[in-house]
Design a protein around this ligand. Sequence first.
Ligand SMILES: C[S@@+](CC[C@H](N)C(=O)[O-])C[C@H]1O[C@@H](n2cnc3c(N)ncnc32)[C@H](O)[C@@H]1O
Length: 220
Amino acid sequence: MMERVLEPEVMEDPKQVLAYAQADFEEENQGFVDQFFTLYPDLEHPHILDLGCGPGDIPIRVARRHASCRVTGIDASQPMIAYAEQAVKKAGLDERIHFLCQRFQDVELSPPADAMISNSLVHHVPNPLRFWYCLKTLLKPGATILVMDLLRPENPEAAQAIVDEQAAGEPEQLRKDFFHSLLAAFTEDEVAAQLAELNLSRLMVDVPDDRHWIVYGRVY
Ligand SMILES: C[S@@+](CC[C@H](N)C(=O)[O-])C[C@H]1O[C@@H](n2cnc3c(N)ncnc32)[C@H](O)[C@@H]1O
């Protein structure tokens, strides 16, 4: 198994942001949101954090799916947040969705939130323990979470094969970013070890398909 190869943490390159904001992640993003509400069908008026919210597609899907939730999207990229704010305004959801342009490591929240979702952020983070630690600082005891990210393939050739298969007709920028994301991703065992190190082993780690890991459960 190849070692992890880090990519830049925050997505600030305008070409990269544009390619990501214009890409069609409908199936993956809606599946992620549906899974969250299937796992936790009884949330009442929850305040939900979306860490690394990118261009805002997931917060919008969350707010459409749950009529009384509030969502705070957090992303350290100013251009990503600009796209997100525009999309939320267009969707008419700016009363219930707000954004913080900040690294999640620097966010302080009072009161803490009821739930947290995060898709495709963890592979960007140099020290993943900082990500898992924020579950303890940003969330109420008993808060519900769903985190999803890519699985690191065995070697660069396997990563390229995944890009060629799953992103065949996509713009070159997106294919390049996807390749680097796969190289920066974690294995299921690495994620389980990170959770154990922070005494978070009550959370479940699962591999729902050949490309992703998820972590879910309640944080105590
Ligand atoms: C691959 S995108 C995923 C966007 C969105 N979650 C989605 O699934 O469409 C990762 C996002 O995380 C953001 N990010 C990376 N490191 C971050 C950090 N330390 N704090 C906040 N956001 C961060 C990047 O700027 C980027 O917008």
